[in-house]
Write a protein that binds this ligand. Structure first.
Ligand SMILES: Cc1cc2nc3c(=O)[nH]c(=O)nc-3n(C[C@H](O)[C@H](O)[C@H](O)COP(=O)(O)O)c2cc1C
Length: 306
């Protein structure tokens, strides 16, 4: 049996998935990516069910497929089941592939994707019944699961017989072309969309991304308040600012709640205070972040050669 491509399986026009990115990948950003032909994703970690329901209204209005990302350390089973009844794809990251979760989602009608950081984990995801496997290389922005670079990981995933999505460090159309000419049939993009006008990203963070190069990123476990022992790739400047910062370093939200120094929360538009000391997650793909753009423009640029 031939392995279906990502686009055939999901039903979107272009082989591009937006990475679910906690509070920064808003429903507006996901809807714009879906409308442009990719697979829009929202991040559901810590999002209450009623708020998620409101986000689904925005996404369903596009008439296009969308997905919901969950982080295993913070998984709420009720929210997961609810999302699987509404979204084309539910996705999990940062935990051992779990057949019982895959079965719950399948029973609700969703496809299941698992983001992995090693060939062993990719095989475990396949055995658990996942429909899509996202191979994340260490070039990725945000939390990094494994130790292999993307090319090494993809080369170790040739026999999976499951659609593979390549993630980590994909900065421009040439990278997309290379990734798709590999065991992967689609790409997953995080950092590039942080400079999308629809993303909920503080302007200080966007400016820092525009100014940065891949050599300005570093993997650290120091941003550990709320999620210990989980390495993440960030701009080194934000780590240095956090080391020097007072505690709390900033405030966020309607009530301007305090944010502890070294919290895992990235700076959203509503952040105030020493925003530069909040984690500025960024992958090697920061090389491709050169200006603010609409999500549609980013999708069109990245998919120019495929
Ligand atoms: C700001 C930010 C937040 C992220 N949050 C999540 C998340 O909530 N769930 C998840 O599975 N991955 C998350 N990631 C990692 C992405 O899924 C993906 O692996 C990564 O963005 C790909 O590399 P790139 O940033 O170079 O495109 C995040 C990445 C960034 C940059």
């Amino acid at each position: 049996m031939t392995t279906p491509s990502f686009t055939d399986l999901v039903g979107c026009a272009l082989p591009l998935q937006l990475a679910g990115m906690g509070g920064v990948s808003t429903a507006e950003l996901a809807a714009a990516v879906s409308e442009a032909g990719g697979l829009g994703m929202i991040g559901a970690a810590g999002v209450p069910i009623d708020m998620l329901g409101g986000m689904f209204e925005t996404l369903e209005a596009t008439g296009e497929p969308f997905g919901v990302n969950f982080l295993m350390p913070f998984l709420d089973p009720e929210t997961f089941k609810f999302a699987a009844g509404q979204a084309r794809v539910v996705e999990l990251f940062y935990g051992d592939p779990d057949r019982s979760l895959v079965e719950i989602a399948h029973a609700q009608g969703a496809l299941v994707s698992w983001q992995v950081g090693s060939a062993e984990e990719a095989n475990a995801a396949r055995r658990a019944g996942c429909d899509i496997i996202v191979a994340q290389g260490i070039e990725a922005g945000g939390h990094v699961r494994g130790r292999d670079d993307l090319e090494t990981l993809l080369n170790a995933c040739t026999d999976l017989a499951t659609p593979i999505v390549a993630a980590g460090g994909i900065a421009g159309p040439e990278d997309v072309e290379v990734a798709i000419d590999s065991p992967a049939s689609a790409v997953r993009i995080g950092t590039r969309f942080l400079a999308a006008t629809e993303a909920n990203v503080h302007p200080t963070y966007v400016d820092a991304l525009i100014a940065a190069k891949r050599s300005d990123t570093v993997i650290t476990t120091e941003f550990d308040v709320g999620w210990p022992n989980a390495p993440a790739r960030v701009l080194r400047s934000s780590l240095e600012a956090a080391r020097k910062s007072d505690d709390p370093c900033a405030t966020v939200g309607e009530q301007q709640w305090p944010v502890q120094r070294f919290s895992t929360l990235p700076p959203t538009k509503d952040a105030r205070g020493n925003v530069a000391a909040m984690p500025h997650y960024a992958g090697f793909s920061v090389d491709g972040v050169v200006k603010r753009q609409s999500a549609k423009e980013i999708v069109e640029e990245l998919c120019r050669r495929v």
